[in-house]
Structure formats: C-alpha cells, structure tokens
Write a protein that binds this ligand. Structure first.
Ligand code: E4P
Length: 215
C-alpha cells in the first residue's frame, strides 16, 4: 500500500519524507489555510520535496472554471494531481481533464455509488473520507470494503486513497482490504511509528549491553 501524508506543512512533509516511506502528498483548502504561503508557491515547494503524486484542490464550482483552474495547477509540476469535488460539475470536469491527460483525485466521496461514477468519469484516484463518515454514525471502513469490491470486478485504473484517517487502525484495516493508498495525517503517522513495548525493549537491551565486558 502506498502512503501519502495529508498536510500542506513543509516541515512535516520533509520529516516524513526522510523516513523513506512516503509516496505522495494530499492537501486540501483547510490544510493550506494553516500555512502562511500562497497556494501555487506551496504546491511547487511540496513537489520539490516529494517525487510522487501531490494533490491540489480546485475551488471553482462550474466544470469549465474547474478545468481552467486545474490546468494552471497542473502546469506547476508534472506530479500535480487535481482534486475535484464529487459533484455533477466535478464529474464533467473530471472527464474533460482525464481526456487531456491531467490526473484527477475525486474528493469528498461518501458512497459506493459516488465512487462508481468517479471511476466512470476517469478519475485516477478517489478519496473516500472514512473519519468524517464515522463522525456521522456511519461505517467508513465498510465503505472502503464496498468500493474495493466494485473495483475488483472491473478494469478501472482508479486507485482508492483512504482519506480522513483518524488512527492507525484505519490504516491497517485499509491495508487488509487492499486499498491502494492511505493518506495519513502527521500525528497518525507518528502513532504508527511509536510503540511503548519497542521503547521498553530498546531500553532493556541498552541497559543489558552496558553490562557486557568491553575489550
Ligand atoms: C483528503 O485528501 C483530505 O485532505 C483529508 O483526508 C480530510 O481529512 P479530515 O476529515 O481529517 O479533514
């Protein structure tokens, strides 16, 4: 499974990239708003750190405007993927952009039916938001399972980005379901990294090693 980081913060992206496990980055307007840099500069800087798909979201509402906005973002770097919201206009824009060879990440997906339409429109990626779905009393991971069942039955080139991840169990469940990608917030990545028994084990080995006679 590929691992993306879900942030627009350059320091966090650099740090996680240094671990050697990072395949891409997703941003969204709320994440970008936390940084003190204009959007296009920020996307360019992220592309300079990570050599993989970097999602940047369009804010227009109509398909022609989305397409125009997407072309500008795609021109920043070959790795830019355009995030388009799951709306009727978003589907039209996705089809037009896919026909031009611009990769789309269809975002804010909350049902298998939406996922199917996104695949049909030519989305290269779809982003079902599991945490936000859980937040309203639904089962985010069951949604991933349904979407994976659909993808397993056909030859769509679409990859599923499990998004809105809240904890490491979301990630491991996504991996067990064969989801292609998880986009993970920095804090959750750190939680995946740490385990108290690892720390205790290292300490015990260090303490015992200190008792070994040295030449
Ligand atoms: C996906 O690409 C989104 O940026 C993201 O996962 C949203 O997550 P949130 O629900 O934590 O805002």
């Amino acid at each position: 499974m590929k691992i993306f980081i879900d942030t627009a913060n350059l320091d966090k992206i650099r740090e996680v990239n240094s671990w050697g496990i990072l395949d891409g980055v997703t941003t969204n307007p709320s994440l970008v708003a936390k940084e003190n840099t204009d959007f296009e500069t920020l996307v360019g800087e992220i592309c300079g750190i990570v050599d993989g798909p970097i999602s940047a979201e369009v804010m227009s509402v109509t398909a022609p405007e989305m397409v125009a906005e997407a072309r500008k973002l795609a021109a920043i770097n070959k790795n830019v993927v355009i995030k388009v919201p799951m709306t009727e206009e978003g589907l039209k824009a996705t089809k037009a952009l896919a026909d031009e060879g611009i990769r789309v990440n269809m975002t804010l997906v909350f049902s298998a039916a939406q996922a199917l339409l996104a695949c049909k429109a030519g989305a290269r990626y779809i982003s079902p938001f599991v945490g936000r779905f859980d937040d309203v009393g639904e089962d985010g991971m069951r949604l991933i399972s349904e979407i994976m069942d659909i993808l397993d039955s056909y030859d769509f080139e679409t990859e599923v980005i499990v998004a809105s991840i809240r904890h490491p169990i979301h990630v491991t469940q996504a991996a067990r379901m064969g989801a292609h990608i998880a986009t993970i917030p920095y804090d959750v990545l750190k939680k995946m990294f740490n385990h108290p028994l690892t720390d205790i084990g290292i300490k015990r080995f260090q303490d015992d090693w200190a008792k070994v006679p040295k030449k």
